[in-house]
Design a protein around this ligand. Structure first.
Ligand code: AMP
Ligand code: MN
Ligand code: MN
Length: 318
């Protein structure tokens, strides 16, 4: 896809990503925003996602994000949806989807069936940011664009450690860091550094986790009471599921936190023998083979029982 060609004649452009934005979502929205500002001088471009966590404040012009989802524009010539496998992931930005002149979808989730007027979905790309770098014209990429895209690559690959890293990921990363931003600082401050609350939540989740299916599965949960007691937000729980997965012998890790009474946000991580995207899709969620998520109602035990069956079926078939 030639992104700039697709946007020819578009005077108003909305850029959005998914609810509870992660590093790849924030990086891809900001990278695209900064790139299009360089390339299209006359267009009005609106980046719109929930307000990113404060550790991302260093990204140039991040304050331009309309975290309140408000804008004077009622209809956009182009709607660019990033890092989201289905339109229900856009949160309040979804109200601009149907009326938009053109819907452009750029994503790397295997569960994305390409629901735009123009869609680029590449499940082999480590991150939406990696995919975007290949779509951007070099002459409009500057250090600020490169820095934003780098954030997404780093976050979705666990700092270039996960199996979604390909030779292409490293080529792209190498080109990105050649722009000269302070990448060790980005890694430390946005990926490894944790607040006291985040460490407390991680500690509790690890201590209270339960192994089952002969140690092949691990599950842990944080309920609303605990979150309220510590003053923790969903953002403070990111990364816990990955740490659970690092338990030796574990094939599938499940981490869930209570959104509402009897409603859980569920995160799944797999070593590769179990396709968790398949399981997540069954419960109206999505993701990748080794990392997926969904929202489910029911008690903790309902969720675990349902998931155990799905996981056992795949493990037995393996
Ligand atoms: P998480 O467990 O939230 O870190 O998400 C793991 C992967 O699954 C990410 O790529 C998410 O975009 C995707 N994902 C998580 N929750 C959902 C959901 N409710 N619907 C679709 N995809 C999801
Ligand atoms: Mn994401
Ligand atoms: Mn992503």
């Amino acid at each position: 896809m030639d992104l700039l060609k697709e946007l020819e004649g578009c005077r108003t452009i909305l850029i959005t990503g998914h609810i509870r934005p992660d590093g790849d979502c924030i990086g891809s929205v900001m990278g695209t925003y900064l790139y299009l500002k360089n390339a299209l001088k006359d267009a009005v471009i609106v980046p719109m996602i929930e307000k990113p966590a404060s550790e991302f404040d260093f990204i140039t012009d991040i304050a331009d994000i309309r975290g309140d989802f408000q804008t004077d524009i009622s209809r956009f010539d182009a709607f660019i949806g990033l890092d989201s496998s289905s339109s229900d992931r856009y949160g309040d930005a979804l109200r601009f989807f149907d009326d938009a002149g053109k819907r452009i979808i750029i994503d790397h989730h295997i569960s994305n069936d390409g629901f735009g007027d123009v869609s680029v979905v590449d499940p082999k790309a480590s991150s939406t940011c990696e995919l975007l770098f290949g779509l951007f014209e070099e002459r409009f990429i500057d250090i600020n664009v490169a820095e934003a895209l780098y954030v997404g690559v780093i976050h979705d690959t666990g700092v270039l450690r996960y199996s979604n890293v390909t030779p292409e990921t490293l080529v792209v990363t190498s080109k990105l860091i050649s722009y000269g931003f302070d990448y060790p600082r980005i890694i430390d401050e946005t990926f490894y550094e944790k607040t006291r609350i985040q460490n407390e939540m991680l500690g509790r989740a690890l201590v209270e986790s339960i192994l089952f299916m002969d140690g092949k599965c691990i599950v842990s949960k944080i309920d609303r009471e605990t979150m309220e007691f510590y003053g923790a937000t969903p953002h403070d729980l990111e990364g816990i599921v990955n740490q659970l997965k690092y338990t030796k012998g574990v094939e599938v890790a499940i981490f869930m936190y209570e959104l509402d009474d009897q409603s859980y946000k569920v995160s799944l991580r797999s070593g590769g023998n179990v396709d968790v995207a398949k399981i997540a899709k069954f419960y109206n969620g999505g993701g990748h083979v080794r990392a997926a998520g969904f929202t489910m109602s029911g008690s903790f035990h309902d969720v675990v029982n349902n998931l155990s069956d799905s996981i056992a079926m795949q493990l037995e078939g393996a």
